[in-house]
Design a protein around this ligand. Structure first.
Ligand code: GLN
Length: 290
């Protein structure tokens, strides 16, 4: 089948769900992934044809996309902070907001990391996207990454290998004592970062079906009556395990900016700052341990 024809079928079947622009990018991601054909080649060779089995692979992908399965899970990969990451349904698909958090940390600590060792802990690492992109971009970082899910840790370890970085992966929950004992030996940290679950059940109607039906709820949702559960536990833990002047960084629920900020200002943190993402929503919080 001629690829152009196939592209037309993608548009006919999917434009109503995703819009033309997004369908184009799906199609190009598929040609790159399944055929190793770059976008430009398609433009240069409009009559490019593919074999029957290749065509079948595309039709299978099309079926999944019609059911709103995220393309990142379909292809089993994505890009985050310019780095490749493997993915499956056990981990959240990395978001652009989280790239902003990583960028903030790298900009704030590059010089420090050149001068001395920087010990970093990522709590709830998932795919490992935060931990690995920090390890890759901060030359003297020694990175620890914790997650409660063994399946997520499996993925994170593969991603560390793929990106050729070293990190210590630890299976533990921030909500119980396991993480205290697991990290005792590691002593104090310069940086603690976390993007914990923060979406309240009451916000479920805002969440698109492709997220709701495919991404791990364990990584996304918290109870309406205690939405800051993870932030409370992490802040208390950070108070103990951060060095003096160590930094705590959070990705946060945009609707709970002030409440989350208060957790830090009411405890042993100074220079507490709420920061907005590119969409203008309160999305990042940082504070320095006194
Ligand atoms: N930003 C993610 C979303 O809106 C949520 C991430 C999280 O709960 N930590 O789907």
């Amino acid at each position: 089948m001629v690829l152009k024809e196939l592209q037309n079928i993608f548009h006919i079947e999917l434009d109503a769900i995703y819009g033309q622009h997004e369908v184009n990018s799906f199609f190009y991601l598929c040609t790159e992934h399944y055929l190793n054909i770059a976008r430009i080649q398609l433009t240069l060779e409009p009559e490019l044809a593919i074999t029957k089995p290749e065509t079948e692979t595309f039709f299978k992908a099309l079926e999944h996309l019609k059911q709103q399965k995220p393309i990142q899970y379909l292809l089993g990969e994505t890009e985050f902070f310019g780095l490749p990451f493997k993915l499956n349904e056990n981990v959240l698909i990395p978001r652009p907001e989280t790239e902003e958090l990583v960028d903030l940390i790298i900009r704030s600590h590059s010089e420090q990391s050149e001068a001395s060792k920087l010990k970093i802990l990522d709590i709830g690492t998932g795919s490992g996207c935060i931990a690995i992109s920090l390890a890759k971009n901060l030359p003297n970082a020694e990175v620890y990454a914790l997650d409660v899910s063994p399946d997520a840790l499996k993925m994170a370890k593969q991603n560390a290998e793929l990106n050729k970085v070293n990190a210590h992966f630890i299976e533990a929950s921030i909500l119980d004592e396991t993480c205290h004992s697991a990290l005792d030996a590691a002593s104090k940290f310069d940086i603690i970062v976390s993007n914990p679950p923060y979406v309240r059940n009451l916000e479920k109607q805002e969440i698109k079906p492709n997220v709701l039906n495919n991404e791990p709820h364990l990584a996304l949702f918290v109870e309406d009556d205690n939405p800051l559960l993870f932030y409370k536990a992490i802040t208390a833990f950070a108070e103990k395990i951060l060095k003096s002047k160590g930094q705590l960084y959070f990705e946060i629920n945009q609707y709970l900016g002030e409440e989350t900020k208060a957790l830090l200002t009411n405890t042993n943190f100074e220079a507490v700052k709420l920061l907005k993402d590119l969409n203008g929503n309160n999305r990042m919080l940082k504070g320095k341990k006194v």
